[in-house]
Design a protein around this ligand. Structure first.
Ligand code: FAD
Length: 285
């Protein structure tokens, strides 16, 4: 079933904890996933810079307390050039060289600056001007809600690569064929960077449904049927979620893609189980 000649590579995404309890729980989860030898773990950045210090702190701690390479998400919407340069310098000086460069979603307010950044492309340009960061970007197999069509998606992805992006992580999806089609089209368009599938193990189906509306992620009918009637049955939901995500990964593996990014929502259990099913290699610590 699994091609042993191509070891599976994984990465995990976390968000900065809001309080001490969340922090303790997060570290248990990071430590649980560490032996899976991830390529990197990334830490999200709150809209409009709302988690600026907490993101930085967690990224720094991952670097100093674990053997994993951290990647810091950074968004530019509502931020000024000066602010981004300051953040970039701080990361570089702390030895953090991998940035997931994003536009982010517009929030009301934001810092006053004459030189606002509009798109992820502006951010990549600026970061590369600051230092030779390793840049990962977003990609949208089902089209970003702001994009006119898929052609625009590919054009923007190409632009990001021309500016120096070396990897893309996709928005989460459940229609795996759409992802496979996206990668096939990207290859035909001479896009050569890895387009890593963003896998969301479903911890809360209701929340996933509302999130999917905002992100333009289609929810297949079969998935709705699977979770029907399970609102107060978290144990069964977890079993289904692990099985759905593992099957998604297996379909993708069959296409020769062996790298996965897990949106963990700060909970290791499901990602850990899925990695076991996929026989991800363990590292001795
Ligand atoms: P962009 O790539 O800038 O694209 C946004 C829209 O603008 C698209 O329609 C695009 O086609 C268009 N566009 C882009 N560049 C240009 C250009 N030069 N000229 C004209 N049009 C252009 N959000 C957070 O707040 N924090 C996070 O930590 C975070 N992490 C994420 C991680 C991943 C892997 C993904 C997929 C998303 C993440 N998001 C995060 C969500 C993201 O911020 C939103 O999806 C946001 O709406 C778009 O950001 P982007 O970088 O993809 O935008």
């Amino acid at each position: 079933m699994i091609n042993k000649n191509h070891p599976i590579r994984v990465s995990f995404e976390f968000f900065p904890p809001k309080n001490k309890d969340m922090e303790l729980s997060l570290w248990k989860n990071i430590k649980r996933l560490e032996p899976l030898n991830p390529q990197f773990v990334s830490v999200t950045y709150g809209a409009g810079g709302s988690t600026r210090d907490r993101t930085h702190e967690l990224v720094r701690e991952i670097k100093s307390k674990t053997s994993i390479e951290p990647a810091a998400h950074l968004t530019c919407v509502n931020s000024g050039v000066e602010e981004i340069v300051e953040i970039a310098d701080k990361y570089w000086n702390d030895g953090i060289k991998h940035i997931v460069a994003l536009r982010g979603d517009k929030t009301i307010g934001g810092k006053k600056s004459k030189h606002k950044l509009k798109y992820a492309t502006d951010l990549i340009k600026l970061l590369k001007n600051c230092n030779n960061f390793d840049i990962t970007v977003s990609a949208y197999p089902e089209c970003h809600p702001d994009s006119k069509n898929m052609e625009q998606e590919f054009d923007i992805l190409k632009k990001k690569i021309d500016l120096g992006a070396t990897k893309a992580i996709t928005q989460f999806f459940f229609n795996t064929e759409k992802y496979i089609e996206f990668v096939d089209k990207a290859i035909k368009k001479n896009i050569k960077i890895p387009i890593i599938p963003g896998i969301l193990p479903i911890t809360n189906f209701r929340r996933t449904l509302s999130f999917s509306k905002a992100t333009n992620c289609s929810i297949p009918q079969w998935l709705k049927r699977m979770f029907k009637g399970l609102d107060s049955d978290p144990k069964t939901r977890e079993l289904i979620a692990a099985s759905v995500a593992a099957e998604q990964c297996q379909k993708i593996l069959n296409e020769g893609i062996n790298e996965f990014h897990f949106y963990t929502l700060n909970r290791a259990d499901l990602s850990f189980a899925i990695c076991h099913i996929l026989e991800t290699r363990f590292k001795k610590l």
